[in-house]
Design a protein around this ligand. Structure first.
Ligand code: FES
Ligand code: FES
Length: 254
């Protein structure tokens, strides 16, 4: 539609070239075109139905099979699916409830047990991977009703409050003392080419750093471990021979 100004321009110049669109008209047309382009995806989205998600892949369950674990010197033959963790096998299938489940993801150390001399987080490893290994849990630290040196020291040094982390702390500290005797260095050992000279408090804290205590009994835990080390305390646990003959590696997660 022509405006009054357009018509006036045409009347004043009858022989001029065909009239060009005015600047105002050009801007109006451009704005209308831009609005149409912008609205197009929304219109399309409103008219399209969302694509259905692909059907979930369904795997057939893997049947349980017999798995024999040697725990605290006793053989347990359990019917386990391959996905069962060592922690769940101990607690839910073997009925050994001493090993605790804290985070179930390798962050707290409450589930620490000793497998062939190495301390491991039992929540991070599958039970089927430990057939044939000598596994020691907190139930295996005492022997014939007598507490191990560390268990006794934990009591004497008041190294626990609620006690939830204590089974893991005890297993970890038991393996720690054997690792140190075997000459295993830690990240705070000054010269890792030599056997660490002494089990300082820094060494104990570093080597126990994978075991969290929400009650904050750390100072007393360090004191208990130090006391056993300085007293030359050996574990009187039934699993101690398996522990002391085991690997000198620090904690592993599988
Ligand atoms: S339950 Fe916390 S590390 Fe295993
Ligand atoms: S004694 Fe309570 S969490 Fe360690």
């Amino acid at each position: 539609m022509s405006t009054k100004n357009d018509r006036q321009d045409s009347a004043d110049e009858p022989d001029a070239a065909p009239p060009q669109p005015s600047r105002r008209r050009f801007l109006q047309s451009a704005a209308a075109a831009a609005a149409a382009v912008g609205a197009a995806p929304h219109l399309r989205a409103q008219t399209q139905t969302p694509a259905a998600p692909p059907p979930a892949e369904v795997h057939a369950p893997v049947p349980a099979r017999p798995v024999t674990l040697t725990v605290n010197g006793r053989a347990y033959t359990l019917q386990l699916e391959p996905r069962v963790t060592l922690l769940d096998a101990l607690r839910e299938y073997a009925g050994l409830m001493g090993t605790k489940k804290g985070c179930d993801r390798g962050q707290c150390g409450a589930c620490t047990v000793i497998a062939d001399g190495r301390r491991i987080n039992s929540c991070l490893t599958l039970a089927v991977m430990h057939e044939g290994e000598a596994i020691t849990t907190v139930e295996g630290l005492a022997s014939n009703g007598a507490l191990s040196s560390l268990q006794q020291a934990f009591i004497e040094h008041d190294a626990f409050q609620c006690g939830y982390c204590t089974p893991g702390q005890l297993c970890s500290a038991t393996a720690l003392l054997n690792e140190f005797r075997n000459g295993t260095a830690s990240t705070v050992t000054a010269d890792v080419r030599r056997r660490p000279a002494q089990l300082s408090d820094d060494e104990i804290r570093e080597r126990m750093s994978g075991n969290i205590c929400r009650c904050g009994a750390y100072a007393n835990i360090v004191a208990a471990v130090r006391a056993v080390h300085e007293g030359g305390g050996q574990n009187s646990a039934s699993g101690s021979s398996a522990i002391s003959n085991g690997s000198s590696n620090n904690r592993v997660n599988a």
